[in-house]
Design a protein around this ligand. Sequence first.
Ligand code: GLA
Length: 709
Amino acid sequence: MHATLPPVSFDPGTGLAVLRTAHSLYALRLASDGSPRHLYWGPPLDPSELARMPDAPAAAASSFEADAAADELAPQTGARFGPAGLQVRFADGTRGAQWRFAGHTVDGGELRLCLDDRHRPLRAELCYRVRSGTDVIERWTELTHTGAPDGPEGPIGVGRLDSASWTAPPLPDYRLSHLVGGWNSEFRLQRDRLPVAETVLTSRRGLTSHHAAPWLAVDDGTATEDAGEVWSTALAWSGSWRITVHRDPGGRTTWTGGFGHEGIGWTLRPGETLCAPVYAGLYSPDGFGAASRGWHRYVRAHVLPGPERDRPVLYNSWEATGFDVDEAGQMRLARLAARAGAELFVLDDGWFGTRRDDRSGLGDWTPRPEAFPRGLRPLADEVHRLGMEFGLWVEPEMVNPDSTLYRARPDWVVHSSRLDATELRNQLVLNFARPEVEAWAGDTLDRLVRENGVDWLKWDANRAFTEAGWDGHHDPDRLWIDHTRAVHRVMDRLRAAHPGLRIEACAGGGGRVDLGILARTDQAWTSDNTDPVDRIGIQNGFGQLFPAQVMAAWVTDSPNTATGRRTPLRFRFHVAMAGALGLGGDLTSWSGEELDEAAALVALYKEIRPVVQRGHQHRVAPAGGPVTAVHYAAADGGEHVLLSWRPATRFGHRPDPVRLPALDPGARYRDLETDRVHSGAVLVRHGIDPRLPAGDHASSLIRLRRVPS
Ligand code: GLA
């Protein structure tokens, strides 16, 4: 309808800014006080309707409220009493900014609104970017001290610099979907009625965290997988963060989010700019499933560095050997992994320094002489000879006090010398915000990759920040930002120097998975919990935002090391085949029959991999019910994969047919296992029998191919 209209426009006369995507529209308007106010976020609208739209829903005015629309980023001035997305404090103790509109730029799909403080040398730029081929709008803020170096103002304290504030339209009720968890139980989807209150989602850990994710979705309480309006947002940040959702008693719901947690603050000196990370938003009119597919499309098109490369079937030695690694043992595993069809062999923890357990060695990234007397090269060469790529586990941000590095550089850790340092897993965090630490990490990793023919790094981070300090630095809280930025930079530089290198993000499992880390990694280790029953829920939450190709999933031993649960090999495979399949068991203890079955299932996975990793995902029977099923459809609609899992059987319960609404009712589909041809209309409206065998831990994989008409 608006094909000729630009994706981004701003009319200085009316102060109206409009951002258009294929299926949504976002609008804001400058208020008379110079501050940008939210106007609209929803399905496309005619621009003339927008121009006529009132600034704010009429509310009963009183001397206690201002009758104004929600801010695009709330400063701490005026009759604003909700959470402020921008909190500044000037040297004389005054708090808050008061804006004067100072101009705008439109550059392709990007809009910048410049706001100057009316009284002080402070400028904020509110930035908006429409991402082509998606319905995602990216937003962020840049804050600059515009005073002269020797000017009278002095440094400006920044207590909060959010990337953006978002506003949902008036709805009869509000529900919040978000992800919660802990180590071994990440990404549990939580759907709660939003209280009339401020709800804080946050990480104070210096990592994105296992406990909360910087993604949320808001709906009116009635949306389903297939229907209903959903407004969702995701922050591209891999350190501490905070999002405050405010449902006010007047019925308005807004949320403001960005990096950093409460209680920390930064100092802006004359000439300095602080840039907040991207906070992306997506409106979907067609339920949670379409919202997820919208995010998946965005992650592939605009976030991942190499979305077109299939993720290899990897083997990882961690659950098999723990710290007890050596050349002969790893070579034995590598041969078995190759036999099972693995394409990448990853040597996990224990290969370096004095590392025989988690008490020592972190920081000393040279091969442990007793385990690898000839260095890593012979293992790497053998892995390559077997036709696999060679991967290596590293945890570059961490150090054991019992290490050569710490003894030489005790000042490199994130630590305030006036406090006792808490050790977690016997380790401390290195302060990557220090340029010399960043340089050391970059050089060390570059050397490791170059000297050992490393094709893949698993970059781990196994503890949170505590007693964080930076002795001698004028603005020590900068470490919360600069550490994360340095981690991103080291990854970026490694990739630039080694274009074939791939990186897997890991932080004790899924403790640091976000749009920021995924912009420089290929996949994420979803969870240390590899129990397939638990994984069904974890994967369901992970997939709300992230596509299957970044969701690393291993098949490990039975009984499972985390839960002790026994499950059949086929069930473990079928669950892991929903993402980027890997093997993580002790293959030396698998029987010949098990290895053959594994090899056959790996071969099958390679056949369905393009559909799983690059297709569209439909949660046709979402987690939580007796049967969970996920349908992957190739982008051209030709090939389809249905994975179904039933962890526990119930007497008398026959699984319902699983409906596949994404199929074409006018087409016909051949079932590749039974050779039966199904009518698309029947599969869409009635469904297909998931063909689950009797008993617990039942699973199936059904492949359908569109019959040419
Ligand atoms: C973390 C990772 C595991 C493994 C161990 C090694 O917990 O998530 O996969 O690499 O560290 O210590």
